[in-house]
Each structure stands twice: as structure tokens, then as C-alpha cells.
Design a protein around this ligand. Structure first.
Ligand code: SF4
Length: 498
């Protein structure tokens, strides 16, 4: 996505890699297991959908020695050999899958980030975006900090390094109190593996236990699917604002921000999380089916067949078909050997990717009135091509149903979205969008319908249960780096629809 035209950085700002400002990532940490690096690699493999550009693992063995291996490409490309795993000894490891959007991808930005400081080595893996990172970076540079990468995540390392507190935990908490934004964070130093979520818990993080009850081997990861692959027992979600410490005496936690009303990313349920993950106590697969059922109740249409846009549209299409009493069929076949359209880094490749990825199953579609179910419309380019493909396969009618309300705003909390003028729903009515993508009709699940599928009666505007800023423009975390500058303020106003 063309993020280089986002409103930052501006002239005079420190160098900043804008692709990194807009990433979605997967993180995993292992503590107290002889196969820590191998388990971290497996966890990253399960979290591959959260980042496919690069991956890295930093391990820690006795005597405070850290070992690192990072590389561009998929986890299997980087950690598929026993030799690489053997080069990462130790009983603790932290891993990261990176997803970059546009622009140059540099190895120095591949996480986990690692640095030496007063207490020895420190590795940091971060999922999310900091919304005051530019301001903090300017202040840190004025204080003499030398940045080695262009990621917002490096701010954590410098804040920890210069903090005056006397323990690593207190320094980390000191750092967390200075940053704004969305983060799930796993840090590793000689004494502990520490996981943390931002006070609103926008990005996910779970805790699991390896081995029998009473063992002191732990896993922290973005999603439960990473626990499943390593055979760990799910213990619980790390709570919003919670800091969880795994060390030689077990697991404990502190809550430096007190009790908070969380605002978990609602889009994790719609699209990002793997369907076999359990997110905040709710199975993603079941939720997607319930969203599909809501969609069918809200926007029923006479049709012969319900067809998902695979793969992420499948559960909601199943829910739609069951509720509407219309047969569910696999009318579009996906080639699994190419990446997800949403994560391709350039418009040209994305354009090509649609044809590479999907083909119509004529036997299911020809002569039928088709309900196509997908999870979202961002620019509309993919939807247009899918509708076209289904028509070419002989569909009598094509009705598009979307298991998410219109995406009208950009995300600044760790998910890549285009700037607002490129979001189809920000600039067009639903009827106009239907005409643009060439569908006979188009409907989105309502925001209240989405909340109902998440077991809430409706969205409470006074205290929404989730972050839904990309659907409502209600940004719960201040966008500090955007404010205070005329150009940024204009961008901010535009983003908020003013
Ligand atoms: Fe998730 Fe949207 Fe909030 Fe971003 S703005 S964190 S994508 S709900």
C-alpha cells in the first residue's frame, strides 16, 4: 500500500521507515525449555499469516550469551535447517515475523531488535504501532541516543537503556509509561522473559505453559495457534495494560496502568487472526460464522448459492448460508501457493496476485444467482476482479456481502491500511461501491450486527468494547505524531472525516 504518502515523516523529522509504521506482526517468546529456539520457530510458523516479509529469533543460553538469526522471507526459509536451530542454543528465545508495506526492506529493521545495555543483552519483539514514536525519537536523539534502525520499536530499547530505575522490569515499565499507541511486546534479557500489552490491549498476546503442571516452561505469543503447534496449554490472555514476567521463580504479573476498559482490535476477529485461534476467550471461527449469520439476517437476497471468497470469507459464508437456507458451495478456488492479496507490497503485484490466487469453479456458478461473501473491501480492486471472474464463469446474478462494516478510516495501531482517500468506502456510498465493483447488490454487516456477533447487544458509543476506529473514526489512543503540525493536523482532520 502506498504508505509513503502518509502524512509523516515531514521534512526535519528523523529518518523514518514509513513501511514500518504500518505493520502487522507476529511475536513469540519461550522461557525455560531446552528446545527454546526450535519451539520459537514453530510458533513463528503458526503465526506466518501475521507477517511474511522477514523473521528472526534471538536465543539466550547460560552465562548471558545471546544468539541471533534473522532473514528475509518466510519462517521455513529462515529456520528450516537443523544447523540454524543449533546456532541458537539456550533455554529462552524470542521470535518475530515482520510484515512491511512499501519501500525498502532493510535487515536492520528485522526483529527481534537486540542491544547491549547496562544489564547485558536485551532483545525486543513488538507488534503494533506507537503513535508518539516520532516525538520520542526526536527527544531521544537530542539526548544522544543513536538509532540503529528506522522502526518505532527501537524507541523501547532506548527508553529502557536510559531509564534511571534500578531493575530491568522497572525500566521497562518506565518505558511503557512514556509510549502511546498499540503494542504487544515480548522482551528477553538474562533474568526473564517479559510480555506486555498496551493499556487498551489493542493487539493480542496470550500466555501458555509447556510441559506438565508445575513445570516452569512458558510461551507467550500473539495467538493461541502458536501455543497449539508447540503443544503448550493455553493459560490465559495477557490482559490490557498487564506486564507478565516469566523467570526462574515462575510467572507473575504487574499492572502498572491499573484497571482499564480494553479496546481490543475488532478486525482481529473479522480477518487477521487465524480461524483456529481463540481470541480474548472467543473462538475466531465461531465468531466469523456468527457474523455471517448477522449479515444474512440484515441483508437477505434471493439466491441459489452462497460462495465464499477464500480463505478468510469461508466461515462467514458458512454462517450466511446456514442462516439464509441457501446452499454453500466452493465456487472460487484459491491457489495456496501465492501470498494473501492484502499483504502484497505494491499495487502492480497486488493486481497480478488476484488472478494468480483465485479461479472460478464454473460447475458451481454457471446460471446461478450467487451470493459472494468476503471479509472486507479496502480499495475494491480485488472485489471488482472477483465479481468479474464470477460473471465470466456464467453467474446469472452476483450479490456481494461483506462480513465487516465499511472500512472508512485508516488504522494507526499496527495494521496496514491505505490512506483514507484510497479507501473505497471513505469516498463512495454503498450503491456507488456496488457499481464500481460491478455487483448486482452490495451490503455490509452493520456495526451493531458485528458487535452482536461478538456477544454484545450493540455498539455502545459511550464505551465501545473494541477498537473499531477504521470502521467508525473513533480513535481511542491519541495520534500524537500527527498533531501539533499544520500538515499533520490537516491530515488528522481528513482522517477523522472533519
Ligand atoms: Fe484494528 Fe481497525 Fe482498530 Fe486498527 S483501527 S486496531 S484495524 S479495529
Amino acid at each position: 500500500m502506498a504508505l509513503s504518502t502518509h502524512p509523516w515523516p515531514l521534512p526535519g523529522d528523523p529518518a523514518w521507515d514509513d513501511d514500518h509504521m504500518k505493520e502487522e506482526c507476529g511475536i513469540v517468546g519461550i522461557w525455560g525449555h531446552a528446545d527454546a529456539a526450535a519451539l520459537a520457530a514453530l510458533g513463528l510458523h503458526a503465526l506466518q499469516h501475521r507477517g511474511q516479509e522477514a523473521s528472526g529469533i534471538v536465543s539466550l543460553n547460560g552465562g548471558g550469551r545471546f544468539h541471533a538469526h534473522k532473514g528475509r522471507g518466510l519462517v521455513g526459509d529462515n529456520f528450516g535447517s537443523a544447523e540454524v536451530i543449533r546456532s541458537l542454543p539456550g533455554q529462552a528465545a524470542v521470535g518475530h515475523n515482520r510484515y512491511a508495506t512499501t519501500g525498502e526492506s532493510t535487515m536492520r529493521n528485522v526483529q527481534p531488535l537486540y542491544a547491549e545495555f547496562e544489564f547485558g543483552g536485551l532483545a525486543v519483539a513488538h507488534n503494533g504501532n506507537l503513535t508518539n514514536a516520532m516525538a520520542l525519537k526526536r527527544a531521544l536523539i537530542r539526548r544522544g541516543c543513536l538509532f540503529q534502525s528506522t522502526t518505532d520499536s527501537e524507541v523501547f530499547i532506548h527508553l529502557i537503556a536510559i531509564s534511571l530505575y534500578s531493575t530491568v522490569l522497572d525500566r521497562l515499565i518506565d518505558a511503557l509509561k512514556q509510549v502511546q499507541g498499540a503494542y504487544s511486546l515480548i522482551t528477553l534479557y538474562e533474568g526473564a522473559l517479559i510480555g506486555a500489552r498496551d493499556p487498551l490491549g489493542v493487539r493480542p498476546l496470550v500466555l501458555g505453559r509447556l510441559g506438565p503442571p508445575g513445570s516452569n516452561a512458558w510461551v507467550m505469543a500473539s495467538e493461541t495457534c502458536a501455543l497449539d503447534i508447540v503443544g503448550a496449554e493455553f493459560v490465559r490472555d495477557v490482559e490490557p495494560g498487564e506486564v507478565v514476567i516469566a523467570d526462574s521463580s515462575g510467572v507473575r504479573s504487574v499492572r502498572p496502568f491499573g484497571a482499564h476498559h480494553g479496546r481490543f482490535c475488532i478486525f482481529e476477529y473479522v480477518y487477521f487472526a487465524r480461524p483456529d485461534s481463540i481470541v480474548e476467550g472467543t473462538p475466531v471461527y465461531d465468531t466469523r460464522k456468527r457474523i455471517g449469520a448477522e449479515l444474512a439476517r440484515e441483508s437477505h437476497v434471493a439466491a441459489d448459492v452462497v460462495v465464499p471468497v477464500p480463505d478468510s470469507g469461508v466461515p462467514s459464508a458458512m454462517g450466511y448460508a446456514a442462516e439464509a437456507g441457501i446452499p454453500f458451495e466452493l465456487g472460487i478456488i484459491r491457489n495456496h501457493y501465492v501470498g494473501r492479496t492484502f499483504i502484497e507490497p505494491t499495487d502492480q503485484i497486488r493486481h497480478l496476485g488476484v488472478k494468480l490466487k483465485h479461479s472460478a469453479n464454473r460447475a458451481v456458478i454457471e446460471g446461478r444467482r450467487v451470493v459472494l461473501v468476503d471479509d472486507s473491501i479496502v480499495r475494491g480492486t480485488t472485489s471488482k476482479k472477483i465479481v468479474e471472474m464470477v460473471r465470466q464463469a456464467g453467474a446469472a446474478e452476483v450479490h456481494m456481502r461483506i462480513s465487516c462494516p465499511p472500512t472508512t478510516h485508516s488504522c494507526f495501531y499496527g495494521i496496514d491500511t491505505p490512506e483514507r482517500e484510497k479507501l473505497l468506502a471513505a469516498n463512495h456510498s454503498v450503491a456507488e461501491m456496488a457499481a464500481i465493483i460491478g455487483a448486482d447488490s452490495l451490503a455490509f454487516v452493520s456495526i451493531d450486527g458485528l458487535y452482536r456477533a461478538l456477544n454484545r447487544p450493540a455498539r455502545d458509543p459511550a464505551a465501545p468494547a473494541f477498537c473499531d476506529a477504521c470502521l467508525t473514526g473513533d480513535y481511542a489512543i491519541p495520534l500524537t505524531d500527527l498533531a501539533g503540525h499544520p500538515e499533520r493536523e490537516r491530515a488528522l482532520l481528513a482522517l477523522n472525516g472533519a
